[in-house]
Design a binder for this molecule. Structure first.
Ligand code: C5P
Length: 222
């Protein structure tokens, strides 16, 4: 088989994007970070002062957006119309508000076609929360990647420190745990392992170790 659809789901900070980028590069596939779509919507809603729990108002706003995910050497660039939002959607304000927006059914509905469209020709590694369960239920390979919350906070903290961004480990741990709780407890498309997904706990694995483990799984489905 060629041009597989690979679904990579899991909680915040599990390393999905790092792994997905690396796999996509090796396979010559496109990396699609679906969290960026929810982030772009949250960013715009915050700017426009729209209530983040008003699903109908958000879906109306989305109708007037033109969200584009453009593959790049660094992974993926994100545009809302002509405005590039790749970096601004990573702010802690967006990060700490995105799961309110993402739990509105109208928002998830409005973003489904865009995500499926991006994956329809295959040759994609798509990372998110509900890719294996809802967006691509027939994906060729599904991996549910996780790690302890301590380890995920530690990795994010080290990443911040290495980039010179101010960082507080305890606060990160709290924020990650809260976002996971909201993402897992929502009614529509909660963060959950698909029945046919492979479970991968990366707590004690290196990046290369995780990539290797998934490459083996890919060989099995090819
Ligand atoms: O992956 P990332 O941390 O950028 O995702 C940001 C947020 O977007 C998640 O916490 C979740 O609320 C939402 N999300 C989602 N479904 C996806 C991807 C992301 O609900 N497929």
């Amino acid at each position: 088989k060629e041009a597989l659809q690979i679904a990579l789901d899991g909680p915040a900070g599990a390393g999905k994007s790092t792994i997905a980028k690396s796999l996509a590069k090796q396979l010559g596939y496109v990396y699609i970070d679906t969290g960026a779509i929810y982030r772009a919507v949250t960013y715009r809603a915050l700017n426009e002062g729209i209530n983040l729990e008003d699903g109908p108002a958000l879906s109306k706003m989305i109708e007037n957006m033109s969200i584009r995910l453009v593959p790049s050497d660094q992974g993926q660039r994100v545009f809302d119309g002509d405005e590039e939002v790749t970096d601004v959607i990573r702010s802690s304000e967006v990060t700490n508000n995105v799961s309110f927006v993402a739990r509105q059914p109208e928002v998830r509905d409005a973003l489904m076609d865009l995500q499926r469209d991006l994956a329809k020709h295959g040759g994609v590694v798509m990372d998110g929360r509900d890719i294996g369960t809802h967006v691509l239920p027939n994906a060729d390979l599904k991996v549910f990647m996780t790690a302890s919350v301590e380890e995920r906070a530690r990795r994010r903290h080290e990443e911040n420190v290495s980039k010179g961004i101010p960082s507080d480990y305890e606060k990160l741990k709290e924020e990650i745990a809260l976002r996971d709780k909201r993402d897992s407890e929502r009614e529509v498309a909660p963060l959950r392992q698909a029945e046919d997904a492979h479970y991968l706990d990366t707590t004690t694995l290196s990046i290369d170790g995780v990539v290797l483990a998934i490459e083996r799984l890919i060989e099995e489905v090819k």
